[in-house]
Design a protein around this ligand. Structure first.
Ligand SMILES: [Zn+2]
Ligand SMILES: [Zn+2]
Length: 339
């Protein structure tokens, strides 16, 4: 089978790998569609041994059909449509037994094999059921980015009473804008890329703020009657955005941090704001496995156009071009039509 590799920084290649066989408790998925995530771009930009290399298939967002199941697997069954939940754990500790592998007591594990390939091997519980009502495109967006935005909105207590600022309008930010608007919140979207501000408006943002042209904090205050926003969600991981999120929040407001940038260093001074304004600061990472059916029901009930988050689609053999387009950060989510 084919698999996409990043043998060195900013170089992508497609090479042949042996077809995977499922071990005990594992399944093999025939990948129909995969996508490039912001976290894949970190490892594309900066070579990271263990994450990238000639033998490491990249990617962690995929959907497809179960092609084979290993010994001991009851569900899913061969032919079932599934989406990848890409965090794994030991499977035995109390957190894993509570279906919270991202809190595994023995350390979070990566799925054994990357998603940008013809077939993908994973533990059976990493394959979440994807109902027929959802297209492969929708499933690919929901599997990582949408779930991340959805869980962050819950963490921020966002409702129809909320004026919400969303910082960073990559795919996770756009999902957050769309789902936040569906919750009834007034959403103010913040980024520095005009194309992405335009996409945010299409996703339902009431107002957009261009951080390269406007004073973000002053604008957020103006738009909220001088007080500051009720909640802010940062999906960028950028230190300026994180600081603006704290500065732009109202007293007793909530700030949720979703994005991570390894080099980001927020001035410790901003925490003075957190104290004086009595803010609630929260971190949010992906979503819980048990939130998957709840999120699918939410998307269906509100008929949310999840597909609008997507940008161009590439064949797996054109992975090099796909990564370059995703790296430029001006389009919607970049997808691979695999088979
Ligand atoms: Zn992802
Ligand atoms: Zn565990």
């Amino acid at each position: 089978m084919r698999g996409v590799i990043v043998p060195e920084a900013r170089r992508v290649a497609v090479r042949e790998f042996p077809d995977p066989e499922p071990g005990p408790g594992e399944v093999v998925v025939r990948v129909r569609m995969a996508a490039i995530c912001g976290s894949d771009l970190h490892w594309y930009r900066e070579f990271t041994p263990g994450r990238t290399g000639p033998d490491q298939i990249v990617g962690h967002e995929s959907v497809g059909e179960i092609a084979a199941v290993g010994p001991g697997v009851f569900l899913p069954r061969v032919g079932d449509r599934v989406a990848l939940y890409h965090i794994s754990g030991c499977g035995e500790c109390p957190a894993c037994r509570a279906r919270l592998p991202k809190e595994c007591w023995r350390g979070v594990e990566r799925i054994p094999q990357g998603a940008d390939a013809d077939y993908q091997r994973m533990k059976s519980w990493n394959a979440l059921p994807l109902p027929d009502a959802f297209s492969w495109e929708e499933g690919t967006v929901l599997a990582c980015n949408y779930g991340t935005g959805y869980a962050a909105l819950k963490r921020g207590g966002v409702s129809a009473r909320t004026t919400l600022a969303v910082f960073g309008l990559g795919p996770v930010g756009l999902c957050t804008v769309q789902a936040g608007s569906a919750l009834g919140a007034r959403v103010i979207a913040v980024d520095v890329v005009p194309e992405r501000l335009e996409l945010a408006q299409q996703m339902g943002a009431s107002e957009v703020v261009n951080g390269s042209e406007q004073d973000v904090v002053a604008t957020l205050r103006d738009l909220s009657g001088g007080r500051g926003v009720d909640a802010a969600i940062d999906t960028s991981g950028n230190a300026v955005a994180q600081t603006n999120a704290i500065d732009g929040a109202r007293p007793r407001g909530t700030v949720v941090f979703v994005g991570i940038q390894p080099e980001a260093t927020v001035e410790i001074k901003v925490f003075e704001q957190a104290v004086l304004k009595q803010l609630t600061l929260a971190g949010s990472w992906i979503y819980d496995i048990d939130e998957w059916p709840e999120m699918l029901a939410f998307v269906q009930q509100h008929r949310l156009p999840v597909r609008d988050i997507t940008g161009p689609t590439y064949a797996l053999d054109d992975a090099s071009e796909a990564f370059a387009v995703a790296d430029a950060g001006r389009s919607g989510k970049v997808l691979f039509a695999v088979s």
